[in-house]
Structures are given as structure tokens and as C-alpha cells.
Design a protein around this ligand. Sequence first.
Ligand SMILES: Nc1ncnc2c1ncn2[C@@H]1O[C@H](COP(=O)(O)OP(=O)(O)OP(=O)(O)O)[C@@H](O)[C@H]1O
Ligand SMILES: [Mg+2]
Length: 523
Amino acid sequence: MGESKSKIGDSTLSRHKATTIQFDLTKPLSLSGPSNADIRRNAMLHKFLITSGVYESLEETERREEVLAQIRQIAKDCVKQVTSEKGYSSKWVKNANVVIFPYGSYRLGVHGPGADIDTLCVGPYNVRLQEFFSYLHKILAKMDEVTNLQTILDSYVPVLKFKFQGILIDLVYAPIYFRIVPNDLDLSHNSVLGYVDKKAVPSLNGYRVANKILELVPNVENFRTTLRCLKLWGNRRGLYSNVTGFLGGINWAILVARVCQLYPNANPSMLVCRFFRVYTEWKWPNPVMLCPLVESNRRRFHVWDPRKYLKDRTSVMPIITPVYPSTNSSYNVSTTTLNIIKDQFEFGKKMCEQIELRNGQWDSLFEFYPFFEAYPCYLLINVSASDEEDLLDWKGFVKSRLMKLTLKIERAHEKLQCHPCTNAYTDESISPARHCAFFMGLKRKKEETTEEVHMQTNEEVNVLATGAQFADEVKGRYPNWKQTMDINLNLVRREEMPSYVFRQQSVYMLSFKQLSKLTNVTK
Ligand SMILES: Nc1ncnc2c1ncn2[C@@H]1O[C@H](COP(=O)(O)OP(=O)(O)OP(=O)(O)O)[C@@H](O)[C@H]1O
Ligand SMILES: [Mg+2]
């Protein structure tokens, strides 16, 4: 096929040495287009995607647009009201404006049914983030169409999360140093970053990144279809979750976009197979980048660069955002989760080879990962609170700390390997609104033995002690912790797995379309 493998992730780099990291972008690996067989496989893939329910209905698309229009109006009223209450003239109030920029998977055009809409709201400088969120929170709390309202101010990107007519919205806000925010505001040029506070840059960049990705791929439609495939695949193989140390939407988007650049004329079925070929060959921690790193003369922001910054040398699977200031979007991936991801990519490569060789079915590639069969023992992390609202915040916090638990166990028990499950489960017999459970598979590391070995009693005791320590730390670190919020950890053997896990697992295994209609399952 005239393809060259030589430059994938470059060199034989085995350890993270900044000086030997490959920063140059290689040229396409192949300019070949699809053969007749590729065209047939692509048609089968397309059918498979439709039956898997990754596309939303026209009705839902229209509803999303209506919801965005309503949110724009509410946000605009909100800035007007805050401006007025702060004593600005009636002219200021009249001119107070916001511009809404959807980003994330919605902007990329790859969102499935039930996906969130990530929305950037740019407002005037006189309405600060806290004021905007607090005012908007009050307005939304009174609306019947709004549920699950949550303001998260202490995260890297402060966000207001809510469901509007059942559609999940993640709203971020950036006040800009303009007296009047023009409706045709252009965020593409780097100079726009000079008009916002440093803290607002990550909020603006979500939108800038999505736009840049679309600009940098050779064929947007092929990119979209391939990305839909990989998002579905990642979900089914238990790899779709940034917070648990695997890969989130942005990571999949950049990984796929790079493959599209390497094979500019390939169709989606080819690109899916090339994806696994490229990333099973990739020499991590060489970074995946879509364009060269851009530095600014003013050096106002940190641009990811292990040649300059020691901290950036700890990235194990760098996937770099394509706009200034570039960051490593996969900072949560650890050596443990990278190994799990690599194993799964090998699985993907094997399945694709069979599909290509024997004209196999796509189902085999997209098989669900049998998480609850894969390990002899599991750590069960029970999380509870007194009501639904408290549980929502508390379990979110616990989930964001699970990565730390993985590292803690592996550090304390060198022989063990941890595999966090990306889904949360609920024992319906307790009270779904007040409890949920996370699981981690545990086994001896590969080099120890290829056989499954149950943990010894002293190991079990030690793991539970590490777990108890983790539980205390999480409670201590959670700023809104209450006596009624609890977390406890137990070990469960595979044969003793509680039955609610299997009932809910089968719910997860339903297609996305059906899944989005079920409200009692936590993503
Ligand atoms: N780790 C990160 N680094 C840089 N940007 C991020 C990161 N996480 C999220 N973002 C930004 O926020 C956007 C929305 O994140 P989100 O997790 O909703 O992904 P998504 O691409 O919308 O996929 P999904 O369909 O799962 O919602 C991303 O597209 C990206 O621009
Ligand atoms: Mg999203």
C-alpha cells in the first residue's frame, strides 16, 4: 500500500527524555484512497453506526437549537440585570450583550443522543464570573424546565451545569474587556486572549480548540464519522472518561484528527483501522500534535513543552491542544491507565486486521469490555449521602479522586494492578438517589504471572487499609463535606459480585439511543 511506519510517534524512545522527544510533524503516511473493498466495509460501518444509535434524531437536533436560543436570551437578561443593579447607566444596560459559542462534541458535530452541550458565554467585563453564575443560578433555579443545577467554581474551568428541558448543558463564562460585546465576535485570533483575564483563557480555548481541529483535518465529514466510531468504541471498551484517567472527548478528537492528517484520502473504515495501527506503534510519551507548538512573544501563558518545563516531562500520553497556549489534554492518564489503553488498542488492531482480511463484521471490534469478568477481585467503593442533590456533588468529587486511589494502591502494593471502571452503579434496593458504587479491578501485575492469582489475606488487609486512608482523605478534602456523606471500601470476589451490577451493566449495554432515555443510570 506504499505506507511507511517509520515515523509513527518517532524513534525508539523508551523513557521520557525531553531532548529526544519528537516535535516535528510528519508528512502524511499514505495518500491512498479507498479500494472497492474499503468502500464496502465503509458502507457496513455506516450501517453499524446507525443501528448503534450514535446519531440523534432531527427532532432532538432542533430541540437543542431552541434550548441554546433560550439560554442565550436568559444569559443576556442576566448581564443586563447585573449591569443595572451595579448602577450603570441605562445606555450601558441597553447595550449589555452576550455571545454564545457552543463547543465540545456539539461544535465538532459528533455529539450523540443525550450528550451535553458545552457552551461558552462571552459577556461584558463589568459582569464578573461569580456575579454572572450566582445571578444565573438564581434565575435557573426558579424555572420548571431546569433540573440538576450545579455551580462548580473551584475547578480549572468554572462551570454551571444543568439540564434544560432534559438537555445537559455545561456553561462556562468569559468576561471580555469590551464595553459592548459584538454579536460577530471572532475568537479565532490569539490576540483575543489579551482581552480576557488569565483565568478565562481555558474557557475561551474550548471553543477555539474545536474550531481549530475542524480547520486542521483534511476532510471534516470523514473526521466526524471516524470520531463517532472511536467515541463509541472507547465507551464500550471502558476507556471513555477523562476524570478516571482514561480519555475524554477532546482526547479522542485530537487522536482521530491526527490519523486523518496522516491518511488524508482514507475513508472512515480505513481511518478506524489506521487509528489502531498508528497508536499501537506510537512511542509514548511522544506527543500527538496537530500543528507545531506556537509560542507567543509576550510569553504570557504556559505552553506545554517538556524541553523547557520539568513538570511537562511527567506526561505519559501527551495529546496536545492545537491553539495557543497549547496544553496536554490528557494530563490525567497515568502509567497504569496508559497500559490499559495500550492493551485495548492492541485488541482494536487485532479486530481490525480480521475485519480487513476476512471482511469481518464490525460488531467484533465494538464488543463491550467484560469488566466484571476480567479480574479475580474488585474494590467496591460505596458512596452515600442524605439526598439526591448532595449525592450528585459528593459522588462527582469522589469520582475525580479515584485516580489518586489507583496510584495510592499501586504505590503501596507494588505487585498489584488497578483498573478503575468508568461507570457508577446503583443498588436499587437501597435508594438510588442516596447511593452509588464505583469499582476497581485488582490483579497481580503482568510480569508477575500470566495466571490469575487471588490476593493473599495480608494483601487484602493492606489494600483495605489503603482504602480506609483514602476514604478519610477524600472526606477531609471535600469542601462541602457533611456528616451524612459517607464513603467506604470493601473487597468483592468476582463470584460474589452483587446482582445489581449485572442488571445495570445490561442497561449500559443498550444502545446510546435507549440509554439516553433512562434517567436512573449515571454516566
Ligand atoms: N483535559 C482537557 N484539556 C483541554 N480541554 C478540555 C479538557 N477537557 C475538556 N476540555 C474542553 O472542553 C470541551 C468539552 O469537554 P467534554 O468532556 O464535554 O468533551 P466533548 O468533546 O464535548 O465530548 P462528549 O461528547 O463526551 O461531551 C472539550 O471539547 C475541550 O475543548
Ligand atoms: Mg461535551
